[in-house]
Design a protein around this ligand. Sequence first.
Ligand code: C5P
Length: 229
Amino acid sequence: ERLWLVVPAAGRGRRMGAALPKQYLMLTGRPVLTHTLARLHAAFPEARLCLCLDPDDHHFDPAWVPFTDWRRVNGGAERADSVANALDAIALEADAKDLVLVHDVARPCVTVEDLARLYAVIAEDPVGGLLAAPVADTMKRDDGAGRVAATESREGLWQALTPQGFRYGLLRRALAMAPGCGVLVTDEASAVETLGMAPRLVAGRRDNLKITHPDDLALAERVLAAQVA
Ligand code: C5P
């Protein structure tokens, strides 16, 4: 069995409000994408990479990719479409039993330790799983007008992080089925859940943040600095 890495990087990053997609914004003097790929490469130097990019993306530089075996794949309308495109692109090479780790390009602070721990768990798990962190804050639902409509129990709630890892055959089937299920598929685990399976929750570091808003860049710089210290 082989290991494939799928990195969805075809988002337009509208919430950032920046001129550049967020994977090209500078983090400690180099693009976010180079940090993310460097962490993945440090953990899995022999893995094969599928990088999902917008077909109109002219900012990308192939020199930023540290992997020897990699391919560029066109992104789709939604994140799940980008990942499905990547799985389609490797259909002739991949075996159903191969492991696929999907990791957001926008999560450059993932550590090699968390990557290795997730891999060790899912390599032995019949379903697969994801890095996740228990919810620490009290959760409020709004009434649509800036007031609290309800307080939701945080008991047993986890934040889904990435990577998320599953066998190639299972993940491809799940992503193909999910659109017809009427559920919002914002991660790989939710697609697998529509098949009635229960992915493993692997406790990961809370500082594996997703760069979404402009403030997150400064926060990520502090996280990276603290991790090497
Ligand atoms: O928008 P969001 O932060 O949830 O995106 C998560 C990841 O999915 C990002 O790495 C983004 O580049 C990627 N994405 C994609 N194709 C899309 C939308 C998002 O590859 N159509």
